[in-house]
Ligand binder design. Structure first.
Ligand SMILES: [Zn+2]
Length: 455
């Protein structure tokens, strides 16, 4: 019996499929559905690097004796290599205030040593990295403190009685307007945080909400400081760090979870107005320096960037303006790309007169309107779509698709705000986690669409 077990085991570990894991997957370019003519951009929103005091192991930069800034070159190079390796199209940097507030706005991007810059009058408002394989990555400056302005065109004007650091850190309707005046889209980071009450958010009037942030998955374990939970979490993680029969990149599966508090708040907020949702990477490269069995440190940019992305849909020319317009109008979706890319996904509403309403849009409700979800091509076998409606208790399922069917439709019976969740069990990935199969085969979110608003 033991001999049989050993033989089976030997076959399993010698399968070429296990060896074929690419640390750069998913690297495919996003494909449109047959009716889409625009372009999906793989994007990272909420990223920290050499201008955030706590990024790069807390050493993002040093000041030379002559007052000039020395950037942590190694950290920056790894960051840029990861953006190129994963074919990220757009990244919205969100630096903390400590360094950002004391740096000339043009230097914030100049120190990233980009290959070209986007200029607006006297200001540098964006730039591009030209990758070795000719892929281009667009970068836009922004900040994250109590609020998260994306795509700042300049430093904000000082709020009355405050210096620049405090202006960046302020949480008020005035601060929100101030960032908007500086050209940014203003977001609420870490939506799950209790300090962002529904009333407060409505007063701040943000342009978007961060409906998922990876920190929420980990902080919950530590905040309550339950030693048993912490011990169990670390034990689960250790398996990924040392075990040669499971890919270290899949360690994310041991803690990836929907943030229920954020989802509930989002459902409550969309009753008032359109609130596009985004997923925040919040990568700092400051968690665990330890080199793993695959040669990368645990929290490397390469490893974490591949876990999830925002896909922004842009029609016409891809410019700073068209990208930001798409975010502000909800033409983007969150995708946990560790499970695969969302090629061909589409969510739309069709009125009885044939008028088509895109994801993110708002229109008057007409009886007989049909919501249509087109599932991604080449999707994992065990992916199932759900259409959900916003209620005061959260998002409630109104329709469930079948995994073998490419299309899910739902005739809307009453006004409401509707979004799509696609969930899956990662049975298509078992070859990469031979000895960890059991508890990792639970259900995970894969795709979060933005809502369609039928009022
Ligand atoms: Zn952050």
């Amino acid at each position: 019996m033991n001999c049989i077990k050993i033989a089976v085991f030997a076959v399993l570990i010698s399968t070429s499929a296990f060896a074929k894991w690419s640390p750069w997957l998913p690297s495919v370019e996003m494909q449109n559905s047959p009716t889409q003519s625009g372009r999906w951009l793989r994007s990272l929103i909420h990223m920290h690097s050499v201008f955030s005091h706590d990024a790069c192991d807390g050493k993002p930069q040093t000041t030379n004796e002559d007052g000039t800034i020395q950037i942590n070159q190694k950290c920056l190079d790894q960051f840029k290599a990861a953006l190129c390796g994963h074919h990220i199209d757009v990244i919205f940097l969100t630096e903390h205030r400590t360094h950002m507030a004391h740096t000339d706005f043009n230097n914030v991007l100049r120190h990233y040593q980009l290959d070209s810059y986007l200029i607006d009058g006297p200001q540098m408002i964006g730039g591009e990295i030209s990758c070795p394989d000719f892929h281009q990555v667009k970068l836009f400056p922004g900040a994250e403190n109590a609020l998260m302005p994306l795509g700042l065109k300049t430093h904000p004007k000082l709020l009355p009685g405050l210096n620049m650091e405090s202006t960046y850190g302020n949480l008020s309707p005035a601060a929100s307007q101030n960032f908007k005046d500086a050209g940014a889209l203003v977001g609420i980071p870490h939506l799950e945080n209790e300090r962002y009450s529904i009333e407060r958010i409505l007063k701040i009037d943000p342009d978007y909400l961060e409906i998922y942030n990876i920190h929420a998955n980990i902080e919950q374990i530590y905040i309550k400081f339950n030693p048993i939970k912490i011990g169990a979490f670390l034990a689960r993680l250790t398996g990924f760090l040392l075990n040669p029969l499971v890919k270290t990149d899949l360690a994310y599966l041991s803690f990836l979870k929907e943030t229920k508090a954020s989802m509930r708040k989002w459902a409550q907020l969309v009753a008032h107005k359109r609130f596009p949702g985004i997923m925040g990477s919040d990568i700092h490269r400051n968690v665990l320096k330890l080199r793993m069995k695959d040669g990368d440190r645990f929290d490397s940019h390469r490893r974490m960037i591949r876990w999830f992305s925002n896909y922004i849909y842009v029609t016409g020319e891809v410019t700073r303006e068209s990208i930001m317009k798409s975010i502000s109008e909800g033409r983007n979706m969150g995708v946990f790309e560790i499970f695969g890319s969302p090629n061909g996904f589409e969510f739309k509403a069709t009125k009885p007169n044939g008028e088509v309403i895109e994801m993110g849009a708002e229109t008057n409700f007409v009886k007989g309107t049909v919501l249509t979800v087109r599932l991604p091509d080449n999707r994992p076998k065990y992916a199932v779509p759900y259409i959900k409606k916003a209620t005061s208790r959260g998002w409630v399922k109104v329709a469930k698709g079948k995994r073998k069917k490419d299309i899910l439709t739902y005739v809307v019976k009453e006004p409401g705000v509707f979004k799509v969740d696609i969930r899956l069990r990662p049975l298509h990935m078992t070859r990469y986690m031979i000895t960890k199969i059991g508890h990792l085969l639970r259900r995970y979110p894969w795709i979060y669409s933005n809502p369609i608003y039928l009022r």
